[in-house]
Design a protein around this ligand. Structure first.
Ligand code: ZN
Length: 428
């Protein structure tokens, strides 16, 4: 199979993925003590269907942390060409190694990211991802080299200089985190640099979860198409999945390189396409740091149907949150974001809310606290409208309390969106 080809029939792709998964299991059991133990009862030859794969034990971040470098490297250390480390925002960083073949794998995956964004010879990539142990900078650097386009390795920071360079060197492609993209747009405004003084056409933003509103804002302020890219150091770095410019609706996963599944984070069972769950990834061709069924903790869903761009690789949705934010109401898994997106559509509400979970006579109850935008709003009518909307969107009935204006605590950092009083009850 041609690695650059994202147009092979899905059935052919699916068969290839299972074969590669089988080979991966066989290899890691042989080369890595951790997997020899964890996959002790798994017979690679018996893996024939996605259902068989779903029975293979998963791994998580704690498993990786429990194997300090170099115990999780599956090749002789002399074959390791590059080392990276995850940002380590929670707990210690995970070190990951790349052989020459792994680096080529990464370059291939990253080339696809630029191809999906419509980047071609003659383009100039202004790469404002941080260079260093963080995989963003070098990942996009390799992408540009592999695609054969000019790259400006400017890294992050010195934003006024970034704006001047963008204008003077006429970059056509911007790559950075979405929040930094927003900041560049803000500094452009402050410096009085108009978007039509720039030559930018497209931006590829990742390494952070970002909302549709943020995407719309970046697109209008910079006059570009803003695309999402997903990846993580534990698997390869950026390049696991990205949006195409034609469809601009969900991220194509490079399925022949990374096997992906979406599971119910509580039962561990696969969920149907279109249903939210936890993203699980297997690096299919990784040599130095292979990972089998890694639970990413990221919430997404498989987008059903095919994309208008003609690529046959399946798409996942933008990352909608973290598993840690999930709560369960009468057997239905819910995320604050589900409620948030329903509420943000309602103009009569202030953009704050709080979710209070409680238990009344052995029945779980969700009370959604909202605030009216106008003091004189008719609260009974508003509460009924919000309740109708939420019942419809969430598929489970909730209670709504319209609070006094400015009574819901405002965020000074990470907002407390969910108050779970059921846990207090258990503690008594
Ligand atoms: Zn597409």
């Amino acid at each position: 199979m041609d690695w650059d080809d994202e147009r092979v029939p899905q059935s052919e792709l699916a068969a290839k993925e299972i074969e590669l998964f089988r080979e991966t299991v066989r290899r890691v059991k042989r080369t890595m003590p951790f997997y020899a133990e964890r996959l002790r009862d798994v017979d690679p030859d018996a893996i024939r269907t996605p259902e068989d794969i779903a029975l293979v034990p998963t791994t998580n971040k704690a498993d990786l942390r429990a194997q300090p470098y170099p115990s999780a490297i599956g090749v002789p250390l002399t074959d390791v060409m590059e080392l990276h480390a995850s940002s380590g925002t929670t707990g210690s960083a995970v070190v990951t190694g790349y052989t020459a073949s792994d680096l080529q794998l990464w370059r291939t995956a990253m080339k696809r990211v630029l191809q999906r964004a419509g980047v071609h010879r003659g383009d100039i990539v202004h790469n404002a991802y941080g260079y260093g142990l963080f995989t963003g900078g070098l990942g996009f650097h390799y992408a540009a080299l592999e695609t054969g386009v000019t790259v400006l390795p400017i890294s992050g920071g010195q934003t006024q200089r970034q704006v001047t360079m963008l204008r003077d060197l006429k970059a056509t492609v911007l790559t950075c985190t979405p929040s930094y993209g927003q900041h560049i747009a803000e500094v452009m405004r402050q410096m009085g640099v108009a978007k039509d003084e720039m030559s930018l056409r497209v931006g590829v933003f990742g390494a952070e979860a970002w909302s549709q509103q943020m995407c719309d804002e970046i697109e209008s302020e910079m006059g570009i198409t803003a695309l999402d890219v997903y990846g993580l150091a534990e698997i390869i770095g950026p390049g696991v999945a990205s949006e195409c410019a034609e469809g601009h609706k969900g991220l194509h996963v490079s399925e022949d390189l990374f096997y992906f599944e979406v599971i119910d984070p509580q039962t561990g069972k696969p969920v149907p396409d279109g249903t939210l769950g936890e993203l699980v990834l297997t690096a299919l061709r990784r040599e130095a740091s292979p990972v089998v069924r890694y639970r990413t903790g990221d919430i997404t869903r498989v987008i059903p149907g095919s994309c208008e761009c003609g690529r046959t690789t399946r798409r996942m949705d933008h990352i909608l949150g973290r598993v840690d934010d999930m709560f369960t109401l009468r057997g239905v898994n819910l995320f604050p974001r589900d409620v948030e997106s329903a509420l943000l559509d309602m103009d009569a509400l202030a953009p704050v809310y709080q979710l209070v979970l409680d238990r009344h006579q052995a029945l779980d109850v969700l009370e959604v606290h909202v605030e009216p935008r106008e003091t004189e709003a008719e609260r009974g009518v508003l509460a009924a409208a919000v309740q109708r909307r939420l019942n419809e969107v969430l598929g489970v009935s909730v209670m709504v309390a319209v609070m006094d204006p400015l009574s819901i605590p405002r965020s000074e950092g990470k907002a407390v969106r969910v108050v779970d009083r059921r846990k207090l009850t258990y503690a008594r």
